[in-house]
Design a protein around this ligand. Sequence first.
Ligand SMILES: [Zn+2]
Ligand SMILES: [Zn+2]
Length: 380
Amino acid sequence: MQSSVRAVVLEKPGVLRLQRFERPRLESGAMLVRITMSGICGTDKHGYKGQAVQYAGTQREVFGPYPAVPGHENLGVIEELAEPRTDFYGLPLRVGDRVLVSPDIVCGECFLCRHSFGYSWCDRIRSYGHLSSDVWPHLLGGWADLMYVLPGSHVYRVPDEISDDIAVLAEPMAVTYSLDLAKSWAALPRQGFSAGDTVVVFGVGPLGIFHLIKARLMGAGTLVAVDVSPYRLELARALGADVTLDPRQLPGPELVTAVRDLTHGLGADVVVECVGIPSVIRDGIEMLRQGGTFVEVGNFVDSGELSLSPHRHFVAKNIRLLGMTNLAYTGFIPSITLLHRHRHELPLARVITHRFPLERAEEALVTSMEPESMKVVIAP
Ligand SMILES: [Zn+2]
Ligand SMILES: [Zn+2]
């Protein structure tokens, strides 16, 4: 048995180092997972840049922490179990099983846990990739040979027929549950997201690409992708975007006009903001139709403020604003089942563009911030 375990540590903003830790002994309810792949998320990019305030203004507001082992989109194989246990669905887990681990450990007891089953809105939330590596058991992120899975974690056994390359997309795909919510609003006339609707995805990096895929699979009519990267726009087109718009070629109000022109002057039914820059929100709201739905998901970390007119941007247009943090932990297996089901019609193999071993984690992070990349994964 290996006694030392390699893990990448984000020591402070801009400083990543490969370190060795002692293989931890398991407490009751815990397990060790040998990481197959760990996706790089926007949160990791922000953390590297020092933008590390999450859940600002709530009881669970956190900064960082540093140092930490990043990686919360984790797929691996069970290496060791403290004792027999089952997965999220009650399936028995054994050493050697392929599993996904939800990034969030919720307490199950706070007000939010008791009133929002399935959502990671816990006041005492703990999240892999965002837990100090200074304290035992240290290995609480996926950019490592082994990850320590704490008692109380949601673990999902991956169905045999689903490939690793699809399974590792579970977490970012589960984030798209805001579109499921928007769909539920469609029980009211012309609200939310209905089949045949025009959906604009503003920003088609990884987060946006998954929303684009989900919108397509949920029945969007016209799908519009907005981005400044021709590479990403081309991939968006391959994955189902009917129209791609580059804001650099459509200065000032031209971007909004272009979307209105696609919809006989009405505006889009749904706009999903996945850029993560506050200033794009004004254009996003301007391109909505009367009563349209604006999904704000891009600003997962606190990236500043913008000024809007409450009258013009909210009231006059009767917009529906769906702010969302995190994901539904009930969404992991449904998300990959959906992708697997449509694997022949979607070029999903193009979604993971780069794979890096642990010792090249820094290069992986830098690559993930390039406009010519999509999902970048660490494969220890
Ligand atoms: Zn993520
Ligand atoms: Zn809770």
